[in-house]
Structures are given as C-alpha cells and as structure tokens.
Design a binder for this molecule. Sequence first.
Ligand code: ADP
Ligand code: ZN
Ligand code: ZN
Length: 741
Amino acid sequence: MTFWPNVVVATPAHSGVGASLSYRSELLLAPGTLVRVPLGQREVLGVVWECATEPPEGLTEAQTKAVASVLDGLPPLNARWRQLVKFAAQYYQRSLGEVALAALPPQLRELSNEQLARRLKRQAKAAHTLKTTTPTDAAPAPAASDGHDLSDEQRQALAALHSAQAPVLLFGATGSGKTEVYLRATREVLDTATPEGSSPTQVLVMVPEINLTPQLEARFRERFEPLYGADSVVCLHSGMTPPQRLNSWLAAHTGTARIVLGTRMAVLASLPGLRLMVVDEEHDPSYKSQEGARYSARDLAVYRAKVETEALRSAGQAGDPHPNPLPPAGEGAEAGTGSEPDVRCHVVLGSATPSLESWHAAEQGRYLRLAMPGRVGGGALPRLRLVDMNHQPKGAVLAPPLVAAMAERIGRGEQCMVLLNRRGYAPVLACHDCGWKSACAHCSAYRVFHKLDRTLRCHHCGFTERVPRACPDCGNLDIAPVGRGTEQIEEHLSALLADVRRPDGGPARVARMDADSTRLKGSLEVQLATMHSGAVDVLVGTQMIAKGHDFRRITLVASVNADSALFASDYRAPERLFALLMQAAGRAGRDAAHSEASEMWVQTWYPQHPLFATLKKHDYPAFAAEQLTERAQAGMPPYGYQALLRADARTQAAAQAFLNRAAEHSQGLPYRDQITLYPAVPLTIQRVANVERAQLLVEAASRGALQRFLSAWQPVLLQCRSLPEARGLIRFAVDVDPLAI
Ligand code: ADP
Ligand code: ZN
Ligand code: ZN
C-alpha cells in the first residue's frame, strides 16, 4: 500500500515553500517520524507532520517523490513537541520547517542510520548500568544528598509550587536561595515513579548564559548524578560541539537524560517526560532570540507547560495509564475540582527583578507569585550609596570616597567589584586638532580603542586595525582616547590602589573580566576560580560580572557609569538598568557575616532620579508599579502589543522604501483598522558591515489582532520585496514582541 506523508523540511521563512511537502512511502509513518527526503538535488532531513492514505489533490503517484529513508531507532517526536513548534512558527511568523529543523541538533542531518544506532546503543548501555546500581526506583536516597535544610521561605515556596495551578513567578531576592528551590522541586519530580513503558519524568532548567554559572551546573550534577547516573544531567547550549549537542539531544529525546540544563535553545528540545521547567533569571534579555525565529524562550516555556499539562490531563481522563507526576494538591490549592486529577507540567520563572510582563501577569493573577524576600542566613541586602558626580573633583573617573572605601575593604581582606558596561580602553580615539574620530569604515559607529593590543576594533562588524601613530587626517601625533572602558578602569584602579595592602601584606590586585579577557577557551573558568580563591581584590568588568555569581567575599559593588541608561530612548532602559543594578548589588554581602556592612555604590550625575529612590529601598514592587503606570498610559507592553518589521538593504532608501510600501499595501488586510503602523526609521546604528538597516514599528491593543494582521501581511511583504524601489533589499524579518525598539 502507498501512503502520502507530509514532511516539513528546513525552508527559510520567505522561500514561498508551503508548510510541508508531500512525499510517497510504502510504510505508514507516524507523525513526528524523522526521515530523509529528496529536495531538489539534495537529500535533507525532515519531520513527518501527517501521513495521508490518499494522494494529495492534483498530484499523481508519479509526481511525488519517495521518502529516501527513515531514521529508525529514534522514537517519533511527540504531539506536544509538534504543537509547540507549530505555535512558535505561527506566533513568530516563520515557516514550520525552519523552526522544526532548527530545534534539532545539526549533526542529525549528517549521520547514517548505523552511526545513529551506535550512539543510541552506547547511551542505552550507560543508562542500563546505572539502573542496576542506583536506587532510582527504590526509596528516596539519604537526605544528606539534599544539601541544606530549607529556610521557612524556601519551604513555603516549594509547597506552594507543588500545588500551583498556574505558571509560578518565584520572586526571590538575590541570595534568597532560589537555586535550592529549583533543586528540591526537581528532586520531587524525578522521584515520581512512572508506570512501566512510559517516559521517565524530566526537568528542563534554563539559564541565560550557562558558561557564566558553572556553579549551577556543578550543583545539579553533584545532587543528581549520584542518584540517577552520570548521564542523567546533560547540557544544551550553542557553545557545545555538534557531537556533544547531538548526544545531549538524543539523551533528552530517549529519556536517558532526566535533567536538561540549557540556554534558550533548550526550550525546543524533545523531552517526552517533561514535568517541570525552570527559567532562571527570567527577566534576562538573552531569552529572546535575535536571529531566525525571534522567539522568547521564557514565553515558549509558559506555552509548553500549558500544552504538556493539557495532554497529561486528557490522557488521565481517557483512562490512560499515564503517569501522575505529583501527589494530590495540598492545602491551599485552589483547583482540584472534584475528580479532575492534579497532573501538571509546572513552570517556574525565577528572578529578583522579574520582567514587567511577568510581574503584570502575576498582578493579574495569571501567574502565581511566590515571594522569598529574605536572604539565606538572614543577611541584609547591601546599602545603596549614591555618589553625586557634580560634587567630585573635576575630571575624576572614580570618586575619591569610593576609592577610599575600596582601599579600606581590601585592607580587611574583602573583595570589591566595579561594573562598567563598555569593554576596551576607550570607546573613541580622537584628534583634537582636526576632529578626526576612529570611525569604522563599514558601520555607522566608532571603533573602540583597545590599549592592550594597540588596536582599533569595531564591536559591530569586527573590523580591526592597529592604532595609527598619528592622526590619519592631519598628522597630529597627539590623538587621545575619549571616554572610558573596562581596560582603562582597570589600569586606573591599579594605579590608585598601588599603595594599598592586603591583610597578608601583599599589594592589592585588580583583575578584569569581560568578553575580551574570557575569549580563550577555559579562561573564564580560571578567572572565576581566581576570584573565588580570593587572589583578586577588585574585579572590574562588564555586566558579565553582575550575573548569578556566588562570590562569598564581595562586600562592595560599584557601578561607575550607568547614567546613559537613565535617559535612553528605549522605554525598557530603566527596567534593564534597575535589574542590572539589583543583580550587581546582589553580588555583595552574600556571606551573612559580612552582609551588614555591604554596599552598592553608584556614581551618577543625577542622584535625584526617581529610579534611585526605589533602588535604595530594594523596592522592586514599587519600581514595577511606577513603570507599569507609565506603560499603561502610553499603551506600551504589557498593555499593548508590538512587532517590528526590519529590513536590511544596500541603501537606506531601499530599506525604507520596502518598509513604507509594505505599510501602504497593508490597507484592507484583516484587522488593519486595529493596527498602528509607524513610518520606517533607520536603526540607531544605521549601518553595520556595509548593510543599511531600517525598521517599522507595528502596534496593536490586542495580541490576537496583531497576530492575525501579521499573518495576513506576510504575502504582501513577499510581493513588496520585488518592487523596483526595494531594489537592493537584502532581507527582511518580523520581530514579534521585540525587546529593543
Ligand atoms: P539565589 O539564586 O536566590 O541568588 P542561591 O540559590 O545561589 O541564591 O543561594 C545563595 C547561597 O545560599 C548559596 O551559596 C546556597 O548554597 C546557600 N543556600 C541556599 N539555601 C540554603 C539553605 N536553606 N541553608 C543554607 N544555605 C543555603
Ligand atoms: Zn587630526
Ligand atoms: Zn564596523
């Protein structure tokens, strides 16, 4: 008998290829089956979406090509995964095939069935050895492996999470022990026995940047590998080699891996036994993808939890022997209406400074907010000290009182951290005679002066040259840096602290950590270890140093140049600044014994700015309330919905013409009357690597209207691509729920 499977393959969003292609097969292929199919001259990986018993309309058997081979040995991707992918493709305006195939490990495309079989066998073997040697199915392992005794706040949060009927927003101060809550919740889920033949339970833990938090990975491995085996914890992020990624993906897909730790890409991993997702530091912008399908992994996690929960419930109602992962709801649970079984896939969004979207959802009751305001051990949050730069000596980069405070702490054997969001020595090199500046030849941006290797480097396109000896325009020998970056602060501090002694009598040591200092493989780990060991007294760095680290000896954190964010045109800038400063402050006083004396210093020319008043009180709820009021008045997210249409072209005129024509031709489309289209504008950095960039803002009061309009707009966009004015257009993309405008 012949069947006609519809197969999705990796097609770019605007290729005009439909959602799936029809093929022919002698076998009935289950939806989700991975296959290789001919496409043009090539053979490509594809996912069976449906399998019809009738030939597609208008096509004869002879006109369809046969499926080349089936990746047997791999279970099909399940319906929940397919629903997630379909939703992501629709919501973010991309093709189904692009999203589906991007979610699979690249190496899967290259392996033969034999190679695949060998890999699977190796993994199964490892998993089997472990089953016979660890107490997975037996009683829970000794409590010792559970680490600390929980604080009251942690215990309450865990209990509430247990019976939560909605996504959970874990609003926990820095150092409140959120990770411990994730670990315990994970343990509960993994301990749940599942019936023979069903997938073992699984947990997905996402973090913004896994390399920055090796501690987290270490804690999960230490806690769970003794219980569930060496392969039970796997990582999934873009820094891995293709074979590593394939292995992790296979382990997750087959259920060998019980815990997946990953970055945003992990949200699309196949996890047949998924029962819990954690999105740590959920406010972090890196959860939003900036290329391809520009999805928000946080938002997809919330959607995925809903899909998984619905599937569990309907399986339960159908009388399936489907696993019931959690015991019945405890006290305080709001649901459990009668016979409905309490099965859920939980999702926990954790942060000390939640995104305003999540905060708003909690205010509205769509998310369950669980607060852990106190630090573990009862330590205080650092005191905010604002330094009014108007009253400092002229030209001072670091205020004398700040330097004095740092010297004092170094003398006591404590550590300090200095935050500056700009790497290199100086953002610009300039000639004061003729006005020459270190502009990049390919971008509308300045090249940054890196003193260590005497280069001028463009941070947008990478264009690098040696620093000229003299001004290229007038020959003046006296070209000078303007502004400062981390290299300069490091140099400056080393000089200022030259006479300061540590308790052991040695000189104070200043180190720098940023994308430059950590470029080499392994160097980040070394630098983190040096910091933990206490060999470094002052760490200077970009936001990289503010995130997630648990340095125990830091008692002073300083932010030396944050003002630009106070008046940025991006309406999310205050939210981001507040989060960054709270995160940075959270690095100080993590040892309760020192927390009373811990301080967060902020140098500013605008000490009266209201943002600082709420920061001083560590009052995120007050800050969020103010911001939400402003957003409500302006109809900004989360009270309104946005998308950007972006265009890259050879000329700015072509980019803008494409966008403006696309807007004009949208007249009469469904929901057009509920949509505001703004005129096309160049991006702040208009040209990068000789490509001109422009964008057009799309706004709507309703998410549904925006969605339907964008779908209807797609064919118009494809048409406008070939208009004469748009000649020179390179690409366009829709960014739904953009983070930066
Ligand atoms: P957060 O992620 O909320 O900033 P962490 O989970 O990193 O906080 O916890 C901060 C520190 O407190 C860590 O060193 C952790 O090991 C420790 N810790 C967490 N929970 C407890 C507890 N119940 N008892 C003692 N120490 C704890
Ligand atoms: Zn000059
Ligand atoms: Zn450049």
